[in-house]
Design a protein around this ligand. Structure first.
Ligand code: ZN
Length: 186
């Protein structure tokens, strides 16, 4: 009878073997092992690069905000642009412009949220950074104290952009991280 107690690591297929992973495995190392599992059941749906629902969502990068679940989106439905605060910067406009002009989207939803990390920051962050590194960043911190006001400002920046093709369906929201509900800002 042949038994293989404590089968050595080299007994398994090399690509799937994680038993020899060192104790210093980082989160990004874990991404790779997760990705190998993901690819096993991944099916290429043959989707087009143009979002099915013709919508772009601009939202904060906050880790508590699961946009696909919160908005009922599925893979291939929408473009998602995320940054600190979900603010409309020049780079956000760049992505929105490409989204609309090259990839056919029409609607834009802007999503800020309660408890945003930017609520506690001020432009002092930028000045302190300059003192520390000897160089003033090119970008504004885009901090805010008034959530609703900042959503309105973001909507205004989108609606007044000369680069966008479609600004008739632009809506803004605050996502409540405690209830999971969106509140529309008018
Ligand atoms: Zn945030």
């Amino acid at each position: 009878m042949t038994v293989t107690p404590d089968r050595p690591a080299h007994g398994g297929p090399p690509a799937r073997d994680t038993s020899s992973t060192p104790a210093t495995e980082t989160i990004i190392d874990r991404f790779l092992s997760s990705n190998r599992k993901y690819a096993v059941t991944f099916r290429d749906g043959g989707m087009d690069a143009r979002p099915v629902q013709k919508v772009t969502v601009v939202a904060c990068m906050d880790a508590r905000l699961d946009l696909f679940a919160a908005l009922g989106l599925e893979l291939g439905d929408a473009h998602v642009i995320r940054n600190a605060g979900g603010v409309v910067t020049d780079d956000t406009i760049r992505s929105l412009t490409i989204s609309q002009r090259a990839l056919g989207t029409r609607s834009i939803a802007l999503i800020h949220h309660t408890g945003c990390g930017l609520l506690g920051l001020t432009e002092d962050f930028r000045r302190e950074l300059e003192l520390e590194v000897g160089q003033r960043p090119q970008w504004a911190v885009e901090s805010f104290v008034d959530l609703d006001g900042d959503v309105r400002q973001s909507m205004q920046r989108v609606r007044t952009s000369p680069f966008l093709l479609h600004t008739d369906d632009v809506r803004g929201f605050v996502f409540d991280v405690h209830t999971g509900l969106l509140r529309e800002i008018h």
